[in-house]
Design a binder for this molecule. Structure first.
Ligand SMILES: Cc1cc2nc3c(=O)[nH]c(=O)nc-3n(C[C@H](O)[C@H](O)[C@H](O)COP(=O)(O)OP(=O)(O)OC[C@H]3O[C@@H](n4cnc5c(N)ncnc54)[C@H](O)[C@@H]3O)c2cc1C
Length: 383
């Protein structure tokens, strides 16, 4: 069993760390305070090839494996979780869905620009009335002589207002429930595609989260992704990969909080005492919880990269990493006492940002259901 990263993985890690220290760390607090989507730094990430790293080379991507993509998300989220979420949803969800399931015509039209980061992707599954119960979505796509007509609205969409390419899940056969859902690509500027209100949030304040409205959006027949009525299955596959990314995202936030805590405790050790000893114990517990999650996330990436089933492994990784991130960020703030609560302190932001890990791309309750189903059907991979 080899736990070492390859030289290529290390190089990616160092590139992201160097970039994060220089271009992200000094600005993250201001982006959060201003709730401003950082277009400039997103363009810099694109120029480094980090937005299309996991896409195949034939469409301009980097052809990297799932572990490499996870390292990018983890490394960016360590400095700014909002920016990390942009990478995760653009690359893992929107681009990933098109790459896995779209026709060659759609792949050629969209993936090169998504890989270069010229266009940002948004992935639209959730609605105001359906989140965990994604099969209950109400956005409709009706086929007519010219193609498809879409009506409905989507909620909590990352890149909702700044996206250029929207992957939209809609019901094409309401009587069939989740078996009657299909996926479509909708381009920015298509008449009827609009954005509703931008959503203000506890954390991730510089990530762009918005309602997306589809009001008589007319699409050519070729904008359907893959086969009709296969959208739900496609979405589940996309989410499996996305959860490896979100596990890494959570680990990155936790790692950032741990590093802040180590620096804080080093300062406090100048005056030893019982409080410092308790803090050292907390540091050890933080590191242990984070590493446990990281092993699970590396394992999920390994299973994905070697073509093995990884649904339950990804669910476990996301669950453990998200709970570790909440535990570590909460303790990191507690460690600093009142100072930890002060706005513009990294630990205060880390704690607010970490909460999404237990909600987005399937809540913790839904991850437990995925794991339980695998256990009960004998499909849980084990070492
Ligand atoms: C910042 C942010 C960004 C997001 N980005 C995107 C995006 O880009 N694209 C997208 O499509 N969505 C996005 N989402 C939506 C996200 O995926 C959903 O919020 C999530 O899936 C939960 O759905 P919900 O909010 O409707 O909660 P609900 O499904 O209503 O859940 C509410 C509570 O009930 C529990 N619950 C529900 N059903 C069950 C059950 N069967 N068993 C046990 N417990 C249950 C849940 O675990 C949760 O605790 C984003 C959300 C946020 C906050």
């Amino acid at each position: 069993m080899d736990f070492a990263l390859t030289d290529e993985h290390r190089r990616i890690q160092e590139t992201v760390r160097d970039f994060g220290e220089r271009e992200v760390k000094p600005h993250a607090a201001a982006w959060d305070r201003d709730e401003a989507f950082p277009h400039g730094v997103v363009a810099q990430l694109a120029a480094l090839g980090l937005l299309g790293l996991g896409l195949p080379r034939d469409v301009g991507g980097g052809g990297a494996d799932a572990l490499a993509c996870a390292l990018v998300i983890e490394g960016v989220a360590r400095y700014d979780a909002s920016l990390g979420l942009t990478v995760a949803s653009h690359a893992g969800l929107a681009s990933g869905h098109i790459d896995l399931f779209a026709s060659e015509m759609l792949r050629r039209r969209y993936l090169p620009r998504l890989a270069r980061g010229e266009w940002l992707g948004a992935w639209c599954l959730t609605e105001a009335g359906s989140g965990s119960d994604a099969g209950g979505l109400r956005t409709r796509a009706v086929r007519d002589a010219d193609g498809w007509l879409l009506n409905g609205s989507k909620m909590f969409i990352t890149q909702g207002t700044v996206g250029h390419v929207y992957v939209v899940l809609a019901s094409t056969a309401p009587d069939l429930g989740h078996r009657g859902i299909s996926a479509f690509v909708v381009e920015k500027g298509t008449p009827g595609l609009g954005t509703g209100r931008k959503i203000e949030k506890l954390g991730l304040r510089s990530s762009d989260t918005a309602e997306v409205v589809l009001d008589n959006v007319r699409l050519a027949p070729g904008q359907l992704i893959g086969e009709e009525n296969r959208g739900y299955k496609q979405a589940l596959r996309v989410l499996d990969g996305g959860r490896v990314g979100i596990a890494a995202w959570c680990h990155g936030i936790g790692r950032g909080a741990l590093e802040e805590s180590i620096a804080y405790v080093r300062e406090r050790r100048r005056v030893p005492g019982p409080a410092v000893r308790a803090m050292e114990s907390t540091l050890a517990e933080m590191a242990m919880r984070l590493e446990a999650g990281r092993v699970l996330l590396c394992r999920a990436a390994y299973l994905k990269d070697t073509g093995r089933p990884f649904r339950s492994a990804a669910a476990m990784a996301k669950l453990v990493c998200s709970e570790a991130a909440m535990w570590v960020t909460t303790r990191a703030l507690q460690l600093q006492g009142g100072a930890g609560l002060v706005r513009d302190q990294p630990v205060e932001r880390y704690l607010r940002d970490a909460k999404l890990g237990e909600i987005g791309e399937g809540t913790s309750e839904m991850q437990r259901r995925v794991i339980a189903r695998a256990l009960l059907t004998g499909a849980l991979p084990s070492l």
